[in-house]
Design a protein around this ligand. Structure first.
Ligand code: SF4
Length: 377
């Protein structure tokens, strides 16, 4: 049975948020139409093969009309939904772009899950983040998706936004819970190179959260969401029973995925590759039926093990020691003994019942712990 995850990048946005470093461009109709043609050309060049999940990410995928998305999904399904192999199809959306009838159109096309870019319910924080929606539009989007029969509704929230307080963060979390969504992702704000936020941070570092205060916000999120019946199944992700993201679970299992579109990443047969992030270079190559410019690397065996551990440690079930041995032929406890001892002694890692996991404290320092496995020689 296939476990291939298919990612499709739709890079246009109605406006550009000052903290964002994704491959994205302001929405212009002519560029967006040409991009869609390029995507069709890229899809047509692929052999048919079964995928398990399809994920429209961005950018802002619903900067395209629901009819355009439905037509694109039909073309993708002709290639990738072999004998009904696809069991989850997600689209990321911005709430203020939802038009009447969009969700009904999505459901008819086969979309089963929407992930709504909310970030905050607090009007001042929404403004600081450069987003343009209102709390009312978030509510309307969730209710519209539910009424149309979207099976799983997820919201993204950001913490450590300048000006945020523990109380305003709690209000956003509770507003999300009260809407009855099935899944919530919470991300700590990161300051990305080359963004307006980076310049802001250089000018006024005191406007931003330090690590300890950011950890308090994260800790609060875990407590509130778990109490509300969400399972903390991955560092940044919380789901009601039966609503984990299958598409992302495949990444965390270090499973294979294929990416279509500008800047999209793939991992196939031990090789990782990333398409060019230059929009014109992507579009021209696809339309001329030439190979998409990409960077690729074949991971050395121990690098692949380290990455497998890093990804699995992000999840609640952690790394299964015997599964690891079976998959990679390596005794994890023996090979990584030094790293394991260091972090178990520091109270960040635990081995229990044949599985290695981050402790609650380890989740706050996940990057350090995971990084040690990735860089271990
Ligand atoms: S955060 Fe999302 S909506 Fe904002 S610019 Fe980036 S991709 Fe576009």
């Amino acid at each position: 049975m296939s476990s291939l995850g298919l990612y499709v990048h739709l890079p246009f946005c109605p406006y550009i948020c000052p903290y964002c470093d994704f491959a994205k461009w302001p929405m212009r109709r002519s560029a967006a139409s040409r991009y869609l043609e390029a995507l069709y050309a890229e899809i047509d060049a692929q052999p048919a093969e079964p995928a398990k999940t399809i994920f429209f990410g961005g950018g802002t995928p619903n900067a395209y009309s629901a009819d355009e998305i439905a037509a694109l999904l039909a073309r993708l399904r002709a290639t990738y939904d072999v004998h009904g192999s696809v069991s989850e199809t997600t689209i990321e959306i911005n709430p203020e772009l939802v038009a009447p009838g969009d969700f009904e159109r999505y459901v008819a096309a086969g979309i089963t899950r929407v992930s709504i870019g909310v970030q905050s319910f607090d009007p001042a924080e929404i403004k600081t983040l450069g987003r343009k929606h209102t709390p009312e539009q978030i509510r309307a989007a969730v209710e519209g998706a539910r009424a149309a029969g979207i099976a799983s509704i997820s919201l993204d929230l950001i913490f450590a936004v300048p000006g945020q307080t523990l109380a305003s963060w709690e209000r956003s979390l509770r507003a999300a819970i009260d809407l009855g969504v099935d899944h919530i992702s919470t991300y700590g704000l990161t300051i990305e190179e080359g963004t307006p936020y980076e310049r802001w941070y250089e000018r006024e570092p005191s406007s931003f959260f330090d690590d300890a205060s950011e950890a308090d916000l994260y800790d609060r999120a875990i407590a509130i969401l778990e109490e509300a019946g969400f399972e903390h199944y991955e560092i940044s992700n919380f789901a009601k029973p039966g609503h984990r993201s299958e598409h992302n679970a495949n990444y965390w299992r270090n499973g294979e995925y294929a990416g279509l579109g500008v800047g999209a990443a793939s991992y196939r047969g031990g090789e990782r590759s990333v398409h060019t992030r230059e929009l014109n270079a992507y579009v021209d190559a696809a339309l001329e039926r030439k190979p998409i410019p990409a960077q690729s690397e074949r991971l050395a065996a121990n690098k692949a093990w380290g990455e497998g551990i890093m990804l699995a440690l992000r999840t609640a079930q952690g790394v299964g020691l015997s599964e690891f041995k079976e998959r990679y032929g390596v005794d994890l406890e023996e090979y990584y003994a030094r790293v394991i001892t260091r972090y178990v002694d520091a109270g960040l890692l635990e081995i229990d019942g044949g599985r290695m996991r981050l402790t609650r404290r380890g989740k706050f320092l996940a990057n350090d712990v995971c990084g040690a496995f990735v860089t271990f020689e």
